[in-house]
Structures are given as structure tokens and as C-alpha cells.
Design a protein around this ligand. Structure first.
Ligand SMILES: [Zn+2]
Length: 133
């Protein structure tokens, strides 16, 4: 189930909104205070939460070579994977992410970042419950 993240302008909290299907909610409402003044948050490596075409993701995720590389923490595999996911989501890669990917491409060991990226992607599957802030 897709999750969309918003920042509430009223109570300033981060709100996770679960939706049916793959479109963002038409009129998102803050689950904490009921305000409708929400602005969409795109996570740093926003490759997962905003797109409709599940098939493309499945295809990328079923790329065994890429997946094995990810499991081995192969930085190049991660860079490749991130690019594919971003392309699939039709999202712009931020300069910050681009910089990281350049480092990954060179095979630089930035495993802390790798863990963070994997967590931001996989945690959604394992624990969809919104954490309280
Ligand atoms: Zn609120």
C-alpha cells in the first residue's frame, strides 16, 4: 500500500497517509490535527512512494544481478539501482544524490549511506506503521 508523506503547516508534524491505489490523496488531511495545510515531502532518495507504474518497479526488483549486488553492498549496484528507480519514478535526482551516486560509481565505500538508502526503501515494506514524533 503506497504511503505519501506530508508536512503539516499547522502542527508542523510529519504525516504519513496511506492510500488505496497509486494516486496521491486528492485532499490530504493531517492525521494529527485535521488541518488540510499539507505539503508533500519527497524523501531524499524519493524513488518509491510517488509512482503508479508498479510493473517497472517489479522489473527492477526482479533483476537478480542488481539485487545480489545490493545485498553485497556493492556501491556500483546501488548507484545503478537508484538511477533505475528514479527513472522509473520519473523523478529528478537531486544534486546531493547525484554526488553520492558519483561516489558509489567509483566504488567508494560509503556503507553508512548505503544502509540509510536501503532502510528508507525497505522499511516501508516491513513496518508500514507511522512512527510517532
Ligand atoms: Zn497537523
Amino acid at each position: 500500500m503506497p504511503i505519501y508523506e506530508y508536512r503539516c503547516a499547522h502542527c508542523r508534524r510529519r504525516v504519513d497517509i496511506f492510500v488505496q491505489g497509486f494516486s496521491p490523496p486528492a485532499e490530504p488531511t493531517c492525521t494529527k490535527c485535521g488541518s488540510k495545510e499539507l505539503s508533500r515531502i519527497y524523501s531524499r532518495f524519493a524513488v518509491r512512494r510517488s509512482k503508479q507504474d508498479r510493473g517497472v518497479y517489479d522489473e527492477i526488483l526482479s533483476d537478480a544481478k542488481l539485487t545480489r549486488g545490493l545485498i553485497r553492498n556493492d556501491p556500483r549496484a546501488l548507484a545503478e539501482w537508484t538511477r533505475k528507480m528514479s527513472r522509473a519514478a520519473d523523478e529528478t535526482i537531486t544534486p546531493e544524490s547525484q554526488e553520492l551516486m558519483n561516489r558509489l560509481d567509483k566504488g567508494e565505500d560509503i556503507s553508512g549511506v548505503v544502509e540509510e538508502m536501503k532502510k528508507s526503501y525497505f522499511s516501508e515494506e516491513s513496518s508500514p506503521a507511522a512512527e510517532e514524533e
